[in-house]
Ligand binder design. Structure first.
Ligand code: ATP
Ligand code: MG
Length: 563
């Protein structure tokens, strides 16, 4: 490895190191990321992207982006574009953009070679009969009556399949391997089926399409991928992967090696594209990039950074066995990143008015506020202060015990970047709701003014915005999409039963400080004391729309610290 040699190697890197040491694949490493363009990428794919592109960077080796597009029924150009956009956004660069469909002719020619070598045959039994003949893990299979068709007959049938002479589900091409193999996948697997569908790249050129197993390994071979890394469910497929390579491998060329790692699973969400598609199609979310989706595009819209996603992949690690990663780790990664980078601003989500009765009417002051105490280079901004301000309704109580460090009658708090105020009385409506809190301020206590009073310590500090300067905003408060740790773990219960009804709460009553008028779509901020928020695509110059990326407090923690 060229860098980071101090970090312990994961087991895949150890395999690569051994191969290099043994002179297998000398200096010819090449990796690939092989998405099927049948949906948007999710945080599980990010694990595979970070792994494959990370290996490329560590070993200074190229990484191909290969679209595994062998199923025209489910694949679309929209997905190809979204996948490319997401990988680039994560900050990775592929060497070649390739498509399995580019190899349809080569795959066909190799299939003809298999037939000529007596290693493949056309079967025209029903799928039920073939499934029965296949046996089970405890019962060996029996040979198809068509297994011994002549080469000539097979070639002619296969050609008819290709030319559209047969209907779907009537004829398949099968590899002739071993119907008694303990590995069910080796019992004469299907390598081609008739599918009369237009393909998003090859149009109506083909009436037959190659199966995944046949395509994947041979595509790796065509591209001369050294290490083909996939997820654990393909472990059983490795024997077949190798068998297919044996049929075509030329000793002069590199022989790809398949190795498997555990899928990334995340708590409180689902990760299969099929299920995510259901959420989209049934309008349970607002599209693939809904900020509650575990998709890269959803996380991006939610305010996640590429750095946080990459850090998450690194911390979650590469495992040999299936496991579930706690979503709290992902939330930690984005908080940690935004803590360093997000400017602080003040916003009040549930406002109640405070009138500072001894502050001159009509006066305003533009106070200096630090943008980010974690980053000295972030500088300062001006925040307006005036006689009437908003604070959070929950930051005031008429009476409260000693542990309530916010505002209460006859007690003081500091207003962030501003003065110390003391609550004196409240004005209420007939329903006993507080309309105004009347306070007085300590005229000498302004933060940063250098006076003794400016240093005076009081227990609580509140965020606030000046009423006259405040900008109204919509704030979308996102929470976990599911209220069950493993929504798709129960066979009898549909995962959608566990959708969290409070996963989106829209607040149209929030006020933000005026500096935010200048902000742009996708800019990220910390709303002080509340959490991290970004500006949503729906935002306009007339109406600011924010998404809550993550709150500062973890409302899901079992033992929430009580105030
Ligand atoms: P899904 O089951 O979500 O539909 P998939 O495996 O069918 O996913 P592909 O487009 O075939 O999706 O995946 C592209 C690559 O990403 C494959 O190499 C696959 O192994 C890997 N991958 C997919 N899901 C995960 C995951 N949860 N964790 C790690 N890698 C994954
Ligand atoms: Mg797949």
């Amino acid at each position: 490895m060229t860098e980071d040699t101090k970090k312990p190697l994961n087991f895949l890197e150890q395999i690569i190191e051994e191969d290099l040491a043994n002179g297998i694949h000398p200096k010819k490493l090449r990796f690939r990321f092989p998405p099927e363009p049948n949906g948007y990428l999710h945080i599980g794919h990010a694990a595979s992207i970070c792994l494959n592109f990370g290996l490329g960077l560590s070993y200074n080796a190229p990484v191909n982006l290969r679209f595994d597009d062998t199923n025209p029924a489910k694949e679309e150009q929209e997905y190809v574009d979204a996948i490319k956009h997401d990988i680039k956004w994560l900050g990775f660069e592929w060497d070649k953009e390739l498509y399995s469909s580019d190899y349809f002719q080569q795959l066909y020619d190799w299939a003809v070679l298999l037939i000529k070598n007596g290693k493949a045959y056309v079967d025209d039994q029903s799928s039920e009969v073939m499934a029965q003949q296949k046996g089970s893990p405890i019962k060996v299979g029996v040979n198809s009556p068509h297994r011994n068709r002549s080469v000539e007959e097979n070639l002619s049938l296969f050609e008819s399949m290709k030319k559209g002479g047969f209907n779907e589900a009537t004829h398949v091409l099968r590899a002739k391997i071993d119907m008694t193999s303990p590995n069910m996948l080796m019992r004469d697997p299907i390598i081609y089926r008739v599918l009369k569908r237009a393909h998003h790249r090859t149009g109506n050129d083909w009436n037959i399409y190659p199966m995944y197993d046949w395509t994947h390994g041979e595509s790796d071979y065509i591209e001369q991928i050294s290490h083909s890394i996939c997820t654990l469910e393909f472990k059983n497929h490795r024997e077949l992967y190798d068998w297919f390579l044996d049929q075509v491998h030329d000793a002069e060329l590199m022989r790809p090696k398949q190795r498997e790692f555990a899928r990334r699973n995340l708590s409180y969400t689902v990760m299969s594209k099929r299920k995510l598609l259901q959420l989209v199609e049934e309008n349970l979310v607002n599209g693939w990039d809904d900020p509650r989706m575990p998709t890269i595009s959803g996380l991006r819209r939610r305010g996640y950074t590429p750095e946080a996603i990459k850090k998450f992949s690194e911390l979650a690690g590469i495992a040999k066995r299936d496991n579930v990663t706690d979503v709290a780790l992902l939330e930690f990664c984005i908080k940690d990143d935004l803590n360093k980078t997000a400017p602080r601003v003040m916003a009040v989500l549930d406002p109640v008015k405070v009138i500072i009765t001894n502050y001159p009417e009509g006066q305003e002051e533009w106070l200096e506020a630090e943008n980010n105490q974690e980053d000295a280079s972030a500088g300062f901004r001006k925040v307006p202060f005036s006689r009437e301000i908003y604070i959070e309704r929950e930051d005031f109580r008429e009476q409260a015990n000693k542990k309530f460090f916010r505002l209460k009658l006859d007690k003081e708090v500091r207003l962030k970047n501003a003065y110390i105020i003391k609550a004196n009385s409240v004005v209420k409506n007939d329903a006993d709701e507080i309309l105004e809190i009347h306070c007085t301020y300590d005229t000498l206590s302004r933060s940063g003014s250098g006076t003794e009073e400016s240093q005076r310590k009081v227990k609580g500090t509140l965020h606030w915005v000046s009423v006259q300067h405040a900008v109204k905003a919509e704030v979308r408060l996102y929470d976990r999409l599911f209220n069950h740790e493993a929504p798709d773990s129960q066979k009898e219960v549909d995962f959608k039963t566990f959708i969290n009804p409070d996963s989106l709460v829209i607040n149209n009553n929030a006020f933000v400080e005026p500096s935010l008028k200048e902000a742009n779509v996708s800019d990220r901020f910390q709303f002080q004391r509340l959490g991290y928020f970004n500006i949503d695509n729906d935002s306009t110059s007339e109406k600011l729309v924010f998404n809550r990326t993550v709150s500062l407090r973890d409302s899901w923690a079992k033992t929430e610290a009580k105030q």
